[in-house]
Design a binder for this molecule. Structure first.
Ligand code: CP3
Length: 348
């Protein structure tokens, strides 16, 4: 068992006072790190890396060892779950992910199998166990999954999309089938996350990267409602494990997201942290929200913009420093060291 309940990250998620603000970064184990690129080359591909528990453990620990981040995040991907449902995930170099067998009809949705997370994604649970056993005891491990809507965009479009035309057509023209898909994914996701907790995850996060692409009514009906369903299921299966909901472009929905009963909200860089805090009050902790583009500039600008985020949140507990989205491949690793130093030395 880990012993990290008093860690800065979990205390901040409970909105308890901390000696300084915790920091970790979305995509912290990624291509900007030379040691990640070396392990990925040894694995042969991203999918082979994510599918190998020993190597997934190795890359999860790399940014912890290099920078002393206050939380680790499981090395995996949000598309592993639909892959386990039989859609056939692949990655095309330079093109991103694709599915060999995307969903084409309501019949495909009805035929989706119920997966057993310990069996069908056993390698993910094995990675969680290995990481938990290898991490410093005081460092929490975050497990994660995609939101039903965000995962569904890839399942329906078959690949990354700019306008989500096919996925939105399903929501608008086949709402019953779309609802069935959201429910299937919400239930599978809740089981998948609960299995990660059983394997050793100390906190959970849901990535709704494309929630911001929906109109407010479709967002509420499909993305928010399916995330609410997951929160409720997790309250029953893992009542002591805090959950963070991250929605990109979802600033207008912050109050509704806080009302789901989650512990924390991820905030992207398009919203001022102080305003986010005023809007959700002390209902949830907030995580974010430095623009990842800042990391491409220089140490002076990294310090200046990090301080802007720290000051914007203001005094008091409940802030976990992070980027507003994942770190990009071209970032100089030295800039990350500057960011960590700036946040760690900030007087609360
Ligand atoms: O944050 C972490 O370090 C944990 C690991 C993690 C990855 N993907 C590893 C990864 C997490 C949490 C994700 C989530 C994810 N995956 C999201 C939601 C978050 C977000 O970024 O909005 C989405 C939409 C995906 C789907 C996905 N996976 C895409 C679109 C791509 C290709 C894009 C790209 O950056 O090339 C991936 C691949 C992927 N997942 C990489 C990593 C480190 C890069 C793969 C490589 O090494 O080539």
């Amino acid at each position: 068992m880990s012993d990290c309940q008093q860690s800065l990250f979990l205390k901040a998620l409970r909105r308890e006072p901390t000696s300084r603000r915790p920091i970790w970064m979305m995509r912290q184990a990624g291509r900007y790190l030379p040691e990640y690129r070396a392990t990925r080359a040894r694995a042969g591909s991203f999918l082979k890396l994510a599918g190998n528990p020993e190597l997934a453990c190795e890359v999860t620990l790399q940014p912890i060892e290099r920078y002393g981040f206050d939380a680790a995040i499981l090395f995996s991907d949000i598309l592993i779950l639909p892959h386990a449902m039989g859609l056939g995930l692949g990655f095309e170099p330079g093109e991103g992910p694709f599915f060999e067998r995307p969903i084409r009809s309501p019949a495909d949705i009805a035929a989706l199998p119920v997966i057993d997370p310990n069996d069908d994604t056993g390698y993910v649970m094995e990675a969680v166990r290995l990481i938990r056993a290898s991490l410093p005891r005081e460092t929490p491990l975050i497990g994660f999954a995609g939101s039903p809507w965000t995962v569904a965009t890839y399942m329906i479009e078959g690949r990354s999309s700019k306008d989500f035309a096919t996925a939105k057509t399903l929501l608008l023209a086949e709402p019953d089938a779309a609802q069935q898909l959201m429910n299937t994914l919400a239930d599978a996701t809740a089981d998948y996350l609960a299995a990660q907790v059983e394997a050793g995850a100390d906190a959970l996060m849901i990535f709704d990267s494309w929630g911001g692409a929906l109109s407010p009514s479709l967002y509420q009906q499909f993305s928010l409602a399916s995330q609410q369903r997951i929160v409720q299921r997790l309250e029953a299966s893992c009542p002591n494990t805090p959950l963070i909901l991250f929605g990109k472009g979802c600033g207008q929905h912050l109050e509704a997201l806080a009302d789901t009963g989650c512990a924390g909200l991820g905030v992207d860089w398009t919203m001022d942290m102080g305003e986010a805090r005023r809007r959700v009050g002390d209902r949830v902790a907030l995580q974010g929200n430095l623009d990842p583009a800042v990391m491409l500039t220089n140490p002076e600008i990294v310090r200046r913009e990090a301080k802007r985020v720290l000051e914007s949140f203001g005094k008091g507990p409940g802030h976990i420093f992070n980027l507003g989205h994942g770190i990009t491949p071209g970032v100089d690793p030295e800039h990350v060291a500057v960011l960590v130093e700036t946040v760690k030395s900030w007087k609360i």
